[in-house]
Design a protein around this ligand. Structure first.
Ligand code: ADP
Ligand code: MG
Ligand code: ZN
Length: 501
């Protein structure tokens, strides 16, 4: 029997606000001493009163809008009761009946990543978003031997829970969804999205069913996934495990699983919870949340163009490959930097020239800019801080375009630009790097090379075409790499053919 996997994703995103969801404590706990960012509110002291963090609500709405959700204009907070030492109040403030954002969708490009190689082909898939609501994070428990420690620095950090409809149909689709979501929260600047640091945590719910069936099978939930890779591996493993069970006529049990990264297997964490009674009820200490139209409009105005839309535009307007478009939009700062180069390049130039320049800019960024940033340990997100300005890269591109310098020279110049911020034209002049395109001068160089290498000339005339490359190399060397390569090629060939007569 052929089976189909059905996946719905629950994701928690920690919002990167300065302060916590309901108190003024710092929300930046990474690397801090335990229990320093705490106050009576986030420690759950009786009588302490919460206050809503407006920034967190704003961030949540921004994500909701990016996910094409409806935004609830009137919502209220609810208490979700449960009792663990990492939740000092004995309940979590959350949204249950009316999530801030609901009924949305996201489009993602799904690629076959099984070979580990990039594929240009992809399938665009729409995944519906059921809801996104705001809540607060718990503290962190650490168990050492027979002792347990709790750190409340994370207690009360704003958390956005995003839940999809069960629309995901493969491990690759789950991967595509999560990387798109991660990219969105990063583009919006609302979260670091770092799974490794727990700033984005996801729990796939999944089940199998016979292909063609419209019923859902029994689902399991997988926890403890701290990388995109782990998500893909865990789902792939779980598909195999459940398929084997079903093939043997056994039933899948509804359980919560953990992913054991080292062994590459899922392990049962708990059996189906006995209909967990969270006893939700409205939070009496907080006013309802009203979202005014003017506020919503202001946030709509601030919405940046997202990666997928930019990719489509780069491919359509500049003829870039899917690969180039994906690379250039992987980080919003890089995409904006690239677009600044193109803006300079587009200045009153015809469309085909703009396309060629955009393509050149794409190449420069992906090779030299990325290489030098990596070598200088500059993260891609900090591209705006590199000394070379987008307009200067465009100058360099036009120097190559006008054949003032050749590509080789341009590469050397670029490194100097990168380190000093100097204009390429100034470097060309001060170092005398302009390309030699003077026919008379190059003809003399070619004649010299021919005289100096009689053996190679004889070999060439005897039919050994590959010697030609050697002779071109000698001529380039004689011009200290500044010779116009195309011209040297033509002149050398003419001179050699002249010898045949
Ligand atoms: P629970 O109450 O167990 O958390 P929900 O109905 O709230 O379950 O759904 C949680 C997530 O699981 C959602 O993303 C939803 O799309 C997905 N889901 C629900 N039923 C199934 C199923 N049978 N197979 C796969 N995913 C499912
Ligand atoms: Mg659940
Ligand atoms: Zn606090």
């Amino acid at each position: 029997m052929e089976y189909e996997v059905v996946i719905g994703m629950e994701t928690h995103v920690e919002l990167d606000t300065n302060s916590k969801m309901f108190c003024a404590c710092s929300a930046r706990f990474f690397g801090a001493e335990p229990n320093v960012n705490v106050c009576p509110v986030c420690l759950g002291m009786p009588g302490a009163l919460p206050v809503i963090n407006k920034r967190a609500v704003e961030f949540a709405i921004m994500v909701g809008l990016a996910l094409n959700c409806k935004i609830a204009r009137h919502t209220f907070w609810e208490r979700k009761s449960y009792w663990y030492p990492d939740l000092p109040k004995g309940y979590q403030i959350s949204q249950y009946q009316y999530p801030l954002a609901y009924d949305g969708w996201i489009e993602v490009d799904v690629r076959d990543l099984s070979t580990g190689n990039w594929t240009e082909e992809s399938t665009r898939k729409r995944i519906r978003i059921r809801r996104a609501h705001l809540e607060e994070d718990t503290g962190k428990l650490t168990h050492v031997g027979d002792k347990s420690y709790v750190d409340y620095n994370r207690s009360g950090v704003p958390l956005l829970e995003i839940v999809t409809e069960p629309d995901i149909r493969s491990a690759d689709e789950a991967y595509a969804y999560l990387s798109a979501l991660q990219q969105i929260v990063r583009y919006l600047g609302v979260s670091t999205g770092d799974m490794e640091k727990g700033a984005m945590r996801c729990e796939p719910n999944m089940s199998l069913r016979p292909r063609g069936s419209t019923d859902f099978g029994v689902k399991v939930e997988i926890k403890n996934l701290n990388s995109l890779r782990a998500v893909r591996d865990a789902i792939a493993y779980e598909i195999r495990r459940q398929m084997a069970l079903l093939e043997r006529g056994e039933a899948v049990r509804q359980v919560t699983l953990g992913w054991d990264e080292a062994r590459g297997v899922t392990v049962v964490q708990r059996e189906k919870e006995s209909a967990h009674d969270y006893r939700y009820f409205p939070e009496p200490d907080l006013p309802p949340l009203e979202v005014e139209e003017a506020w919503l409009d202001a946030l709509r105005q601030r919405a940046p163009e997202l990666a997928l839309a930019r990719q489509d535009r780069y491919r359509r307007d500049f003829g870039l490959s899917a690969y180039d478009a994906t690379q250039l939009t992987s980080d919003r700062a890089v995409a904006e930097w690239f677009e600044q180069v193109v803006t300079c390049a587009a200045d009153s130039a015809p469309a085909d020239i703009v396309r060629a320049r955009a393509k050149a800019a794409a190449n420069w960024i992906q090779t030299e800019v990325f290489r030098l940033m990596k070598a200088r340990s500059t993260p891609l997100a900090d591209i705006a801080t590199v000394k070379v300005q987008p307009g200067q890269l465009f100058q360099l591109i036009s120097l190559v375009e006008s054949q003032t310098i050749n590509t080789n020279t341009a590469r050397q110049i670029f490194e100097e630009m990168f380190d000093t911020g100097a204009d390429p034209r100034a470097i060309v002049e001060s170092r005398g790097l302009a390309q030699v395109s003077d026919e008379g001068a190059l003809r003399a160089v070619v004649a010299q090379v021919i005289d100096a290498h009689p053996d190679q000339v004889r070999q060439f005339l005897g039919g050994q075409e590959k010697v030609f490359g050697f002779l071109v190399g000698q001529a380039m060397k004689a011009t200290k790499g500044k010779g116009n390569a195309q011209l040297i090629n033509r002149l050398l060939r003419e001179a050699l053919e002249g010898r045949r007569a």
